[in-house]
Design a protein around this ligand. Sequence first.
Ligand SMILES: [Zn+2]
Length: 339
Amino acid sequence: MQEKLQQIKEKALDQIKQADVLDQLNDIRVAFLGKKGELTGILKGMKDVAPEDRPKVGQWVNDTRSAIESVLEERKGALAAAMREVKLKSEVIDVTLPAQKNSVGHRHPNTIALEEVERIFVGMGYEVVEGPEVEYDYYNFEALNIPANHPAKDEQDTFYINDKILLRTQTSPVQVRVMEQGKLPIRMIAPGRVFRSDEVDATHSPSFHQVEGLVIDKNITFADLKGTLAEFAKELFGPETKVKFRPHHFPFTEPSAEVDVTCFKCGGKGCRFCKGSGWIEILGCGMVHPNVLRMSGIDPEEYSGFAFGMGLERIALLKYEIDDMRLLYENDVRFLKQF
Ligand SMILES: [Zn+2]
């Protein structure tokens, strides 16, 4: 019996010595000391031992058990320490390495152009006002003298949410919302995102940005409009810039005009940039239609005003000589970094 116990002990110690992960130690514990383990098997065989020998045999079994247990614990501690060592080594931080540089964000050319436009008009005493992008048909069309049968209201041009609500096609509804409040005089610009049901190409996008302006006061004339926009063009494109007003039609202004500026590349002589004409179209404008004033509760006999609107992307494209609007939306960092 003693010999058998000695064999079990040697076998166990040998296996413990060879174990190199904690799981293996656990398996060894089960194999020798567990309920169905080898040592437990010996205890079950005690009934065959002569009663007077039982205490002695029991003592041997216990000695063997504690010998195996103590070696198991010792090995377990050693293995855990070794594992901790490996883990620490793999997680080591070299505090002498140079820090990784954060890539700092950058203003988008649209934002730069908008801030430039805002700076110019705020300098002339204008307020910057924003309004909702999802807008009532009333504010987007009707209150701007665009009747129900107007081609601009076609489903092919406008994104409708339902009969009465749409994605605004212009920022002019913000002007109506300000006029309705009845606080006169008004000097404001309304920048913001607008939506048209356009296919994407070099000059079109279903979502783009506008800056519209509105002035309402007593005795405002077309001369005020011309002076204001001439000043704006000089500030934006350089002091030599001249403006030209071409008659045009917009439903919400009368008379209406489109405004060209002298080409800032060739100074008006004609070049590839201005397609030889010397002029570049930048915005639309006009005197606020009496119907529009009346609908917002302003008496056109007492007050008059002018309005203008420009595409912000167009300003950015011109200012930075970018030839494809899509570049502004692709978020290619190599492109954006240039501004
Ligand atoms: Zn030119």
